[in-house]
Design a binder for this molecule. Structure first.
Ligand SMILES: *Cc1c(COP(=O)(O)O)cnc(C)c1O
Length: 243
């Protein structure tokens, strides 16, 4: 069942964007984080190109998309926004990897050596592009199946990614189990931050802990996030979606 929402209004979104930026700064202060140490990725899935452009004009440069088919038209439509940077944050389907490797500046959702190898291979073919920034995805809902021995499995994948010349490993993308309560959100994010610090012992250049969404960015900032990925708190609720 699709629940049709009214089209988001440009002015409301710009206002919500400005409010969100202030809330992020306020969280930095509250949790003794360095000012401007938390970057914002505006998650624009299901949003239109004009709306994205309005937020871009308001000062936001990094936008996150979850589906290649949907992102493609927007990437083409917004080519004139020369400092707009596209981040892919969705599940990676093997038949889309070549498009992701060529059209995004970042891919946050790497979970296997095979995906990393294919991204590297296709990025290499785009000779004009610098290495693709990547994060390894830690989704607490599925992490036990993907990385049964969390620390050593993630470290192995990180070690492998570091050998690929057309990828630049930046850190982790963390997705918490949905909880509405700050202490339990913080417990998962704390665990993720410990893992991030462990990886940094081996790979000191890592600089990105992408964690925190509209419902849990305060907990994420409290626990060391360097990038929050925010959709609905800027654009309003998405049409009948859970992801
Ligand atoms: C959709 C999505 C977000 C943004 O979610 P909101 O709750 O709308 O802020 C962040 N990260 C990922 C991986 C997503 O899929």
């Amino acid at each position: 069942m699709q629940f049709v929402m009214p089209a988001p209004n440009l002015l409301n979104c710009t206002q919500a964007f400005n409010n969100l930026c202030q809330q992020v700064r306020a969280c930095e202060l509250k949790y003794q984080r360095r000012l401007n140490s938390v970057n914002l990725l505006a998650v624009s899935k299901q949003q239109t190109a004009p709306l994205i452009e309005a937020i871009y004009q308001a000062g936001q440069h990094c936008f996150g998309e979850s589906y290649w088919q949907e992102a493609r038209a927007k990437i083409i439509a917004l080519q004139h926004c020369t400092s707009l940077e596209w981040h892919f944050i969705g599940n990676i389907q093997h038949n889309k990897i070549k498009h992701l490797a060529r059209n995004f500046a970042w891919v946050h959702s790497v979970t296997t050596t095979q995906i990393a190898a294919e991204l590297n291979k296709h990025r290499a073919l785009a000779v004009e592009l610098s290495p693709l920034n990547i994060c390894l995805e830690i989704n607490f809902a599925t992490v036990a199946q993907i990385f049964p021995h969390l620390d050593s499995d993630v470290l192995k994948l990180a070690n492998y990614c570091q050998t690929l010349p057309h990828l630049k490993l930046r850190g982790l993308m963390v997705i918490a189990n949905q909880t509405t309560n700050l202490p339990s959100q913080r417990a998962e994010f704390k665990q993720a931050n410990l893992l991030f610090n462990l990886l940094k012992l081996h790979h000191p250049a890592l600089d990105t802990l992408s964690m925190g969404m509209s419902a849990d960015f305060e907990a994420a900032i409290a626990e060391g996030s360097t990038m929050v990925r925010i959709g609905s708190a800027i654009f309003g609720r998405r049409n009948g979606s859970s992801s």
